[in-house]
Design a protein around this ligand. Sequence first.
Ligand SMILES: Cc1cc2nc3c(=O)[nH]c(=O)nc-3n(C[C@H](O)[C@H](O)[C@H](O)COP(=O)(O)OP(=O)(O)OC[C@H]3O[C@@H](n4cnc5c(N)ncnc54)[C@H](O)[C@@H]3O)c2cc1C
Length: 394
Amino acid sequence: MALTPPATANRAPLWSGQGGRLGRAASRRPEPSGTPPRQFGAGVIAGHWEVVVVGGRIAGASTAWALAPYAERILVLDASRPTAFWPQQSTWDRSGNLAWSALGLLETVLACGAPRTYGDTQRIGADVVERVYPREDAYSFRMSVPREVLDPALLAAASSRGNVTVARPARVRDLTIEAGRVRGATVRHGAVDSQVTCDLLVLADGRLSRNAERVGASAYRVVESPWFALLAYYGDLPLPTDRSYFSLQDRSVLISTPCGDGQWCVAVDLHQSLIDETGQHPARSFERLVRDDPYLGPAVAAGHRSTPIGGAGRMRMLRRPMSGPGWCLVGDAGYHLDPVTAQGTRAALVTARILRDRVAGAGGVRGTDLTGLTDERDDALDDDWTYTEQIVRG
Ligand SMILES: Cc1cc2nc3c(=O)[nH]c(=O)nc-3n(C[C@H](O)[C@H](O)[C@H](O)COP(=O)(O)OP(=O)(O)OC[C@H]3O[C@@H](n4cnc5c(N)ncnc54)[C@H](O)[C@@H]3O)c2cc1C
């Protein structure tokens, strides 16, 4: 399918395909509040760091935070600009809350101001059910935080450790590999190329990671997904803020989740066969599904859309080896689950926790033996993979 965005002034959709990166940022959100991470100028980052983390979003920022007590100096590099709209949702349930807690980041996440939801309205075909989530413990709620709020909060938390430096935008352009071991990277920051060396290079650069290929971490398990994931944020919807809404229809799933500050994330998963059948651009299908929905349609007519419609299609679930000499993959870079089951955040946190535990067990980054992490991760996430693969394969 040709991903040619339809012309919609100031609200152009943003796309990411299997081979492509995110499209242009058509709109910018205001700078998030809170203490921004310390930024460093070009040239200052050159030199040796015990840990260099490539990618400063959920996986990268959480890993930097988690490794900080076990390293002298950590450098986080992220190629994106802080204000870019990032059409990847972050919603999680109780298992996600437990994963945040295991990293010591739950308070940081709760401070982002998103409401806790304790149930949802679920429409399957014409049937509507009001569900209440089982109340197992204090973690039994669902939450969604916009990435433009969550990611900076995580970076600020990492930066508050005192030994974590954030450089952004800073793109890793190449890696230094000597005698089969990763020794460092070439980084473009502020129009200057700098050389950094490190004891451990953590790749948290997302599912399209080019650096994973550079270290030889080829995918050993791949599932092509027929689902197209889209989302947009809406403001001032006359909807309850303590519950989400799911509509499961033929080859589409529509979800709205309150995410704080008078905003809702509206997400749609569209099966590729539906896109092919209607011949409509996915953004038009998104608008039609939202408009025609008996619950959401009237609500969005009363509110307003505050971001472009963005998303990704032709994605692949994939597993790459988690570690090798001098490197480790966390988050989507090493283990990408299709967004249709909303388990990517939890998976990223689990990989960060596994690395943290290994380093903590060794008493520090230097000299930590990283062998066996792949099996540990695959065991820990096996249920998530199996469930997601079942849904993806239909
Ligand atoms: C439409 C959509 C909806 C989703 N909905 C959900 C959901 O509801 N719940 C859920 O749990 N998950 C969801 N996901 C999945 C979730 O977004 C991902 O699992 C999560 O973002 C992974 O985080 P990450 O930190 O591993 O990677 P990313 O968020 O992809 O971050 C990678 C970072 O690396 C940086 N980078 C890349 N290359 C370089 C380089 N060479 N140098 C420096 N920096 C670099 C990028 O700029 C980026 O900031 C969704 C995904 C999509 C696409």
